[in-house]
Ligand binder design. Structure first.
Ligand code: ZN
Length: 124
């Protein structure tokens, strides 16, 4: 795999989201904005379900955050490398950076593409 940059990471996350193995739905969550569950580990993840509560935060940023959790586990076996607290810190940092990148006025088309793709994935 080539060295990751923002563009490649977003392309990989978009491909992951497009996979039929991933479901993404809106839900009311108590403590978090997004929640991801799956079976298996590493490259063998199954039943990947992402729930997004867009009441108090941007849906797009939440979607990218949750997709990053899945991607990091699939590609780098994150659960064997880091505690949940450290995984969250890493994913949060990356998601914030990618969210800023997408929301940069220079990347208007990318933002529109992501907004459409996330809405379509959630059946909206
Ligand atoms: Zn998280």
């Amino acid at each position: 795999m080539p060295r990751m940059n923002r563009r490649r990471m977003l392309e990989a996350l978009m491909a992951l989201m497009s996979s039929p193995a991933v479901s993404m739905k809106r839900a009311r969550l108590r403590r978090e904005h997004g929640l991801t569950t799956y079976d298996g580990a590493g490259s063998d993840l199954r039943n990947i379900r992402i729930k997004i509560d867009g009441r108090n935060a941007a849906v797009l940023t939440i979607a990218i955050h949750e997709l990053l959790h899945v991607f990091m586990e699939q590609q780098y076996n994150f659960a064997t490398l880091f505690s949940e607290e450290l995984e969250e810190a890493i994913v949060k940092s990356l998601a914030d950076d990618l969210g800023d990148y997408i929301n940069n006025p220079k990347n208007e088309r990318l933002l529109a593409q992501w907004a459409r793709a996330v809405a379509a994935k959630m059946g909206e």
